[in-house]
Design a protein. Sequence first.
Length: 744
Amino acid sequence: MDDLTLHIGGAADPRFVSLADAAGRALAARAVALDPAALRRAAATAGFGVLLSGALFDDALRDALAAHTPAHVRLDVAAEARDLESLRWECLVRRAGALDVPLAAHPATPFSRLFDAGAVYARAPQAGWPLRVVAAISNPVNLEAEGLAPLDAEAEWTELQRAFAPLRGLAVLERVPAPVSLDAVLQALEAGPAILHFIGHGLYDDAQGRAMLALENGATRALELVDDGAWQRRLAALAVAPRLIVLAACESAARVREGALTGMAPAFVRAGAGAVVAMHDRIGMDAARALVFHFYRRLATHGEIDRALNEARSYLLDTTVRSWSMPTLYLRRGAERVFAAPPESLEAPPAAEGETLILIAEFQGDVNAAFEVRLRDRLQKQIAANAIGAARVVYLQHNAFGPDADDRVAQLAARYAASLVVWGWYDLGGGGFQARFTATDALTQFRAHDLQAVAAGSAVGGDLVTPQDLAVFVQRTLPARVDFFVFFALGVLRYWAQDYDAAFAALTNAIDAAANFVPPPSGLSDAYFYRGNINAFHRQARAEAIADYTAALRAGQPPVVVKSAVPPVRGANVALASAAFNLGQAFRAQAEQRRLTGDANGAGDSYKQALDAYGDALMHDPRNAPTLEMRGLTHWELGNAAAAGADYRAALALAPSAEVHNKLAIALAAQGDMPGAQAAFDAAVLRAPERADYRYNRALLARRQGRATTEAGDLAAYLRLAHNPADRSAVRARLTELGWTDDS
């Protein structure tokens, strides 16, 4: 992949903009007049990326960028152009056919802000695994008294552990013990971890031009603000600074507006870090969690920091309006790769973009049976015959795994970007045969969070004494078992890639392959569940969906797809709870369809059936927040605001969520509890400040209370955050009534 530098220089108009290749040769250049103040005013608009790119690029620059894409794109803003630093350059777009594609949210153009363009980071990437990651989660005891929102440190730790769970063997996650003081963080860094991950509050003092992180006093755990200068001095004293620092803090990417690069992220780079990921502006906690979740999974697949962040931004772009562009990467040239691939070469090319790769490793045993080759050829033919999409099956002759090799298999899958690894071992005379299926989600942007837990470690057992026993087993029994797990994994992968026709075909093949299994294979109920979703939402076949969900409940090992931020109570049956939840979701979908067709009575019956199913789920796992949330929503749709509010409160006690705060506020307002509704709306906006609908809902509450100034402020924020709202004219008219202007 090429390495391009987009350089912006000049303090006066016109400014000079150029695009250069890795050797420093200019590919295109132009003089351009930019109005930083006007661009900053437009930064909150939906079309800002197109506006910014139009102001910067002419046809020659666009053509040069297109001719050299894919490429790493480094933004180098000269010191004399410091008035441009605060712009959201991550919104820059390039033309790709008829689309405007953000440079910072596409894997073909990994984007970063280059720090000290003339210097090169000399430290070589880590040669192998595992990466050592130190997590500092700072939650001073007096945050509320200082006007800051307290963190749920344990929930954040749980989420971070979940983000790293599939990286077994690739990363070791350690937590700085409380109190999380500067001394405690530096002590944890003395052993030279590759990554420091900070979760907490970041602040910027405009008056003094200082960026700060909120840490804990070492004795009292009270708030202690540590500025960029102190961080730089302490980090520079380390023998080896972390190669990558990730700041999941609100204003950690802020810079001094008047001049020198003295914000928190540049200070870390000056102290010896190779790269810093920080937030350009406030980002909601839910969005920050999603960013972390996807960034680390992509980083573990290929090791490239800028590419991984682009892929994580892409996920946020799919789900939010504004937050996707807030993650900002400051990079020193040469620090792009956090680890290098191990020295041994791959036996086959890794998965290409959009391709599903299935690996069949050499089974560890004392007979050269060559059944792996037959499995490969058979699977490849079946995949082609069933129109399941771009998929390749590879036999790895030089990789064999025995018991306790799960971490090594996970590493292998990461290197190949494989979706599934079939591996195992056997011992003639010892009577043992194990085939395992380790599933990853490397090609689905890690949205199928449950896939690995379902398929990893699933075993096929057999009693083998002679080579003839092995031959019979691998020719008759093993192929059907492998068929199930392979087609199940393909079905789920295609499902999360939104290729529902291919997913339906693969899942049906999996279900058919398991028809004669006794007992049913692990994952069969998941196959029914995902096929039920396709029937319910893609094919609009509600009866078939309910039949599939019911089959999932009867399959013996129901799916685990409802995640809870807290562990279940002792004795809880999470599997049965999840299956009942899925059935409730099916009845809700049926109710919504009936309501849309005017069948109010039928809709009511289906909603009541959904309530019963959610009740069953909570009987098996009463501490599951998503189930409580959905039961609350169903109560609301049946007109019972009080019951809805009770379920929402119970869900929030277990797992705080912006969306549930918003739903609780609506339910409380319906009951006339205006102070409670106000507090709930405030909490929703605090957790997800980029969500336009939360601002609009809070504005409606303010209108009911006659608080015109608050209403106007939230309506103005709604227009700034919403993407082409249909009611824009009506909202502007209301703002005019309230006396609000663009300068207000």
